[in-house]
Design a protein around this ligand. Structure first.
Ligand code: ADP
Ligand code: F6P
Length: 324
């Protein structure tokens, strides 16, 4: 292993820069060359690369987004696209690749291993926390803090105007952000993709909350919640069935993916970046670097993608105890 490539792919997440920095500096530590690939797999297909020296990655650990930029590449999903990407890995004398991204990016990385026997190690960079084999994905902690802070601000208006707010947080397929921020801000209900809370139960809960004399109410809704209704449809239903409520909707959106990474994500990115290089040096491949009980844990990429981390439904029960 003389030259290690690193790319970020798919949705960006806070902490990716910390991981890139760690990859580059660990390469320098072991006297390896580090090649940064710009805009993920698409940049690899277009042979858009730059050498990363120790000083190339200064001043980025505190920055959100990804300094190597990210992309979604449909071309890489084709055999021809992956052939061009592989040819460029060889042209650049890259011996191993660190892929920082989500399950889609890992699926792409697995194909490089299967089709070309090319060594790939994955770092789970996504705010959704939806990869198996790690208690925390990179960026998840920051996103929780960002969403919590944002909903605290919305709570001020909810209190001042005696309103009900439906707040949509990210999570197309996973409710980790919704569940934890919901508990942190004292949500009346938390709607997530993993649990079907029927509309009837939601309406009953709101009736109870009114009868209990609550004046401000917040419902946290994950993008992919199981009722199948988006936040605006939910708001219409509530206003029709419970006209006493003055309802507002707030969609937090991409603000949750940006911003300076938390201390936790900076440390996690550093640990993951260092371990990814050391794994490649030790001839390991096809692994995701995760964290479990505070310790680095490695999981087969295929398991990381296919396995499901179970949501802690106990937190939902506890949230309801808090809202009696
Ligand atoms: P994420 O990594 O955040 O889950 P995507 O699902 O958009 O984001 O995947 C990122 C990129 O990974 C895609 O744009 C594509 O280049 C690559 N990728 C995803 N799925 C596949 C696949 N089945 N085969 C090859 N490459 C894939
Ligand atoms: O990074 C994952 C995620 O935040 C999902 O929760 C969300 O549905 C998706 O990205 C949106 O991504 P984009 O706007 O990049 O398509």
């Amino acid at each position: 292993m003389k030259n290690i490539g690193v790319l970020t792919s798919g949705g960006d997440s806070p902490g990716m820069n910390s991981a890139i920095r760690a990859v580059a500096r660990t390469c320098a530590h072991y006297n390896l060359k580090c090649t940064g690939i710009i805009r993920g797999y698409q940049g690899l297909i277009e042979n858009d690369t730059k050498v990363l020296y120790t000083r190339s990655v200064r001043g980025i650990i505190n920055r959100g987004g990804t300094f190597l930029y990210s992309a979604r590449s449909d071309e890489f999903k084709t055999e021809q696209g992956r052939k061009s990407a592989y040819d460029n890995l060889i042209k650049n004398n890259i011996d191993g690749l660190v892929v920082i991204g989500g399950d889609g990016s890992f699926t792409g990385g697995l194909k490089l291993i299967q089709e070309y026997d090319f060594p790939v190690i994955g770092i789970p960079g996504t705010i959704d926390n939806d990869l198996f084999g790690t208690s925390h994905t990179l960026g998840y902690d920051t996103a929780l803090n960002t969403a919590t802070e944002a909903i605290d601000k919305i709570r001020d208006t909810a209190i001042s105007h005696h309103r009900l707010f439906l707040v949509e947080v990210m999570g197309r397929d996973a409710g980790f952000i919704a569940l934890n921020t919901g508990l942190a801000i004292g949500a009346q209900e938390i709607l997530i993709p993993e649990v079907n809370m029927s509309l009837d139960n939601l309406i009953d809960s709101l009736k109870r909350s009114k009868n209990a004399g609550k004046t401000s109410t917040i419902i946290v809704v994950a993008e992919g919640d199981k009722t199948g209704n988006n936040v605006f449809q939910l708001a219409d239903t509530i206003e029709t069935k419970l006209p006493k409520y003055e309802v507002r909707v707030s969609v937090l959106g991409h603000m949750q993916r940006g911003g300076s990474p938390s201390c936790f994500d900076r440390v996690l990115g550093t640990q993951m970046g260092i371990t990814s290089v050391e794994s490649l040096v030790n001839n390991e491949k096809g692994l995701m670097i995760g964290i479990s009980n505070g310790k680095i844990a490695k999981t087969d990429l295929s398991k990381a993608i296919k396995g499901k981390t179970k949501i802690n439904k106990e937190l939902l029960r506890m949230s309801r105890i808090m809202n009696t």
